[in-house]
Design a protein. Structure first.
Length: 319
């Protein structure tokens, strides 16, 4: 397959953490000539170079047609709900997400859009394992939360649809991403929320045990993986883990933040009402073999970049 020199892409969920970061990342890429970005009605569109903002709901056929017409690939980040949500009506949440993804797939088929990259969750979908080996893509999964169920059902729908209608779909199971876009959020991203509260001198309530181990990955590495799949000269289809491959306990995260910021992190512990894995680390060798992608940032590297950005923002405002 001949490698393309330029791309027009569509981004769903453009107002969320991953979607907004993707806009910034790909707007700086000279090979990307246009980005159609879908924002929900309560979000302010990000007016970056190359970005064509579209406001509406993904479930709308008219919105999907406007979003996808003429693009080469779709980066699907849109998702209602968060990993930490205790959903009162999980069936409604899952149904809404599935209706939106189905409309996206139907429109891709109609307009003959060849490539889809879907942001799934490697941090939420794997079944607890006692052997403490990094999870591989064929390991058992479990829908322990509405969020996990949504991701797994979407994966299944995308794979089935892609098989029947010859869409090159890649599902990236992302571990626990962190980065700049989380600093002003309160419900998503342990590291970003913790740094924001530290700056505001607010204590952090941690709904978990400090011994829990997660696979944290810096946003730049997440987006470079999407880029490697997008620009691969050969199809990269199926399910791939996307993480750092390194496990870090929540206590180690706090200690790293204290080392980088030279500040003590105030926090209080509370029992987590939701079930969660005690140890989640991803084996990403399949993605590396398919695309050559590698994770380049350690957790300390990422925290240093985040903290430096926060301090520079404060200094600019004070100047």
């Amino acid at each position: 397959m001949k490698k393309k020199s330029t791309y027009k892409i569509a981004v769903t969920g453009a107002g969320g953490f991953l979607g907004s970061a993707a806009l910034e990342f790909f707007s700086l890429d000279p090979q990307i000539t246009e980005i159609r970005a879908l924002f929900s009605k309560n979000q302010t569109p990000n007016l970056l170079p190359k970005v064509v903002p579209i406001v509406g709901e993904l479930r709308s056929e008219m919105v999907c047609q406007t979003l996808l017409k003429g693009v080469d690939a779709v980066l699907h980040f849109a998702n209602r709900g968060f990993p930490s949500d205790r959903e009162k009506d999980p069936a409604k949440l899952i149904g809404n997400n599935l209706v939106s993804t189905d409309q996206l797939l139907q429109t891709m088929r109609q307009l003959q859009i060849p490539k889809l990259i879907f942001a799934s969750s490697g941090g939420a979908v794997y079944q607890e394992s006692k052997n403490r080996k990094p999870f591989q893509e064929l390991d058992p999964t479990v829908a322990r939360t509405p969020y996990a169920a949504t991701k797994l059902i979407s994966e299944y729908a995308i794979q089935e649809f892609s098989t029947h209608f010859s869409i090159d779909s890649c599902i990236l199971r992302i571990s626990n991403p962190f980065g700049l876009g989380q600093l002003n959020r309160t419900r998503q991203g342990f590291i970003g929320v913790l740094l924001g509260k530290l700056l505001r001198h607010e204590p952090m309530k941690i709904w978990s045990s400090l011994d829990i181990v997660k696979d944290f990955i810096y946003i730049d590495d997440v987006l470079s993986a999407f880029d490697s799949v997008l620009k691969s000269p050969k199809p990269v289809s199926g399910i791939y883990n996307l993480g750092s491959g390194v496990g870090t306990s929540l206590m180690e995260v706090i200690q790293t933040i204290e080392k980088v910021t030279e500040r003590q992190v105030p926090f209080e512990l509370a029992p987590n009402p939701l079930p969660e894995n005690l140890w989640t680390v991803l084996d990403c060798s399949k993605l590396n073999e398919a695309t050559g992608w590698q994770c380049l940032h350690s957790i300390e590297d990422g925290i240093e970049e985040l903290w430096d950005h926060l301090i520079s923002q404060i200094e600019e405002k004070a100047a």
